[in-house]
Design a protein around this ligand. Structure first.
Ligand code: FAD
Ligand code: COA
Length: 414
């Protein structure tokens, strides 16, 4: 057993002394956790993965995962802020961005901004590469047009990384790129053409706005275009490569919530008496607890391995398949573990005197957001079999036309 890192200990202290008591309040009021964000920034946990040269701590994804786990044990909402302030969009900018872009993002994130990553559209969820938002070349930059929805932090975030289909002045397609859009929601200051259309009402993670954002010819100057290293033609792949870090972060939240629920359940079994004995003495519950504990440990190992893979990967991001596997396993395990913990509390677990019902609502999201369990399974299977399984109807049509299995056109040459 290794000693907890210094960052994990800082996070644990904040989680136990500040965030735990406030978690039910954010859930009830649906308010964004500004107070927690200020304390995270003060403790250097907003932007801890930002390199030291830009004022961050230069923490690894693995170290960040330790922080995320500690916070997720008590407040899923705050843990989501930590993920998005250290992984995903910020990682893409800190890797692919120009010096000015890096300086801007570092300054705002270190001061407490949680960037918003804008990929999903009403017609392009799992099929994210079918996005229709465009970035049309104009004098001095690009104009963004389209609608993104389910954007975490929409209406509170200042920094936005908008994925869009890049077009020349005449509309010829060039690929997919990332476009930095800056707003100041606190001052109700949005660029022309940028509208926060509405906020979703969600079953869990209630303090976090999930918003629909409309872009109607929003101007993005040339210097705010995030240019992926291999150009727009391969831009989607490069941006998704950076996004693998966020998948590890999301999986870590699910594991952390499960670890928190497990701890609540363990204590309750020792304390609650029925039939004249503590619940802890009933083997039916002991075995449930053992399975829950095993699931949490296995999730943690998968997530740590995925996070650590970034340190040896040529991209600097977690390995795609390891990230998919870890998020898939941790999210499904998290849902099951929290549900079982709630069961152990009986009626008490169903009421709001305990945090289990909130945790169950919160953790449910993680098999959906950031790549659904089904999509991740397809990616893992594709990697195992070295097959790119077409999900589009044309893809299946092509397969149906294939004369013999030996000539499968979708088998990738290795
Ligand atoms: P769909 O793609 O419509 O899928 C519906 C169902 O069909 C799912 O069960 C899915 O697994 C299944 N399915 C779809 N295609 C296949 C297939 N080929 N094979 C098998 N099954 C399939 N997006 C952002 O860009 N930024 C954010 O900040 C963000 N935050 C989010 C926060 C929350 C709380 C949630 C719930 C979502 C968020 N999302 C965000 C969107 C999220 O990434 C999408 O919900 C997700 O990618 C799935 O897309 P969808 O909801 O349109 O589902
Ligand atoms: N990491 C690295 N590269 C990735 C990647 C990832 N996670 N996902 C896709 N790519 C690359 C692919 O390898 C491919 O490159 P290639 O042409 O060299 O093979 C390219 O991006 C396009 O991917 P492909 O699988 O062909 O895309 P698709 O058009 O079939 O779309 C996805 C499928 C990628 C959109 C789908 O699998 C997916 O991940 N959906 C979930 C979207 C999501 O997570 N949204 C979260 C919003 S917050």
């Amino acid at each position: 057993m290794t000693e907890p890192s210094a960052l994990r200990l800082i996070a644990r202290e904040l989680a136990e002394t500040r965030f735990a008591d406030r978690a039910a309040g954010w859930d009830r009021t649906r308010e964004y956790c500004w107070r927690n964000v200020a304390e995270l920034a003060e403790a250097g946990l907003m932007g801890m993965t930002i390199p030291r040269a830009h004022g961050g701590r230069g923490a690894s994804f693995l170290e960040a995962c330790g922080v995320i786990e500690e916070i997720a044990k008590v407040c899923t909402l705050t843990a989501r802020v930590v993920v998005e302030a250290n992984m995903g969009a910020i990682s893409a900018v800190m890797t692919y961005g120009s010096p000015a872009q890096k300086a801007l993002w570092a300054e705002l994130v270190l001061a407490g901004d949680k960037p918003a990553i804008c990929i999903t559209e009403p017609g392009a969820g799992s099929a994210a590469s079918e996005m229709t938002t465009t970035a049309r070349r104009v004098a001095g930059g690009y104009r963004i047009s389209g609608t993104k929805h389910w954007i975490t932090g929409g209406g509170v975030s200042r920094l936005h990384l908008v994925f869009a289909r890049v077009e020349t002045e005449t509309g010829a397609p060039e690929g997919i790129g990332g476009f930095i859009v800056l707003a100041d929601p606190a001052r109700n200051d949005f660029p022309d053409g940028f509208t926060v259309v509405r906020r979703e009402r969600t079953m869990g993670l209630c303090g976090m706005p999930e918003a629909e954002l409309r872009f109607e010819g929003v101007f993005v100057a040339e210097d705010m275009v995030l240019r992926p290293p291999s150009g727009f033609a391969r831009g989607f792949a490069d941006l998704m490569s950076a996004y693998n870090s966020q998948r590890v972060g999301a999986g870590t939240i699910a594991m952390g919530v499960a670890a928190g629920a497990l701890d609540h359940a363990r204590r309750y079994l020792l304390q609650r008496q029925q039939f004249g004995r503590p619940l802890a003495e009933f083997q039916g519950l002991q075995w449930m607890l053992a399975d829950m504990d095993t699931g949490v440990h296995a999730s943690r190992l998968l997530l740590e391995a995925a996070a650590a893979s970034a340190q040896t990967s040529p991209t600097g991001f977690p390995d795609r398949t390891m990230a998919a596997r870890a998020k898939l396993f941790a999210s499904e395990t998290g849902v099951r573990v929290v549900n079982d913990a709630l069961q152990m509390f009986g009626a008490r677990g169903y009421g709001d005197a305990e945090p289990l019902e909130r945790m169950a609502r919160d953790v449910r999201m993680f098999t959906i957001g950031g790549g659904t369990a089904q999509v991740l399974r397809t990616q893992i299977a594709g990697a195992l079999l070295d097959i790119k399984t077409p999900q589009t109807r044309e893809g299946y049509t092509r397969l149906a036309q294939t004369p013999a299995p030996a000539a499968m056109p979708t088998l990738r040459a290795s």
